[in-house]
Design a binder for this molecule. Sequence first.
Ligand SMILES: C[S@@+](CC[C@H](N)C(=O)[O-])C[C@H]1O[C@@H](n2cnc3c(N)ncnc32)[C@H](O)[C@@H]1O
Length: 258
Amino acid sequence: MLKFDEETTKLLEIAYQGGDVTRRRRKAFDALHLAEGDTVFDIGCGNGLLTEEIARAIGTTGRVIGVDPSADMRALASARCAAIPSAQIKDGVAGRLKLRDGEADKAVAVQVLEYLPDIPSAIDEAHRILRVGGRFVAVDTGCKTLDWFSDDKDRMQQVQAAWDHHYTEPRVAALWPRLTREAGFSAIEVEPFTFCDVTLRPDGIAFMLMHLMSRYTSENGHMTEADTRAWFDEQVALANEGRFFFSLTYYRMSAVKL
Ligand SMILES: C[S@@+](CC[C@H](N)C(=O)[O-])C[C@H]1O[C@@H](n2cnc3c(N)ncnc32)[C@H](O)[C@@H]1O
């Protein structure tokens, strides 16, 4: 699995404020239909950008609790939300949320379910903490939708196959309707949205993935550092020649507690 350590955290901090990841976060934000006074659980809150945005939207009478097992991520989230009394950042995991039954109005997990060893337990736990009528929103990667051009097809396939190891579940969106229905949710929805780039931007998802994927594939012994470097450099060269192409679909999912 991908390590959410200090180095990854630093990388994500830049990319997460870029246009692409901001759009991805906004998808979750919109589906939450936040209201003043809401109690919201941000599961796997990462560096806390969404937690902060939720805190603004629910006002001083609301409460948002962001949990994440990574100390490096929590440090950034805590610093970001330090001046906001309605936001709390805590150590925790998706399968064991420290809230009473029915205490939350909304729960959200952006790009978290795909990393979990036990997704059904996380969905059951979100259902437990939500009140009747409460809403659960998730965003996950359509891992099989990645369409990325290279003149070296074999090397590109090798990088993608190596990267596939970093998810625990590449089919979250396909599983969402059944898992949420079995947990007792209704009004179950899945909506795709795609990032398609023909230029390479330092703040974009493609550039972030180039860093994360090359680091992951070489550190985990899937490819040599020289090969991943060559793959990275080819993408930069393609961009300089106006031949860059990257397309990846994410899924926004939502469900309401019956
Ligand atoms: C790709 S990041 C997404 C962060 C944040 N939700 C966002 O979109 O900005 C995935 C996060 O899930 C967290 N995570 C990993 N395992 C988890 C678990 N079992 N329960 C909750 N969060 C987890 C990681 O530490 C990391 O911060």
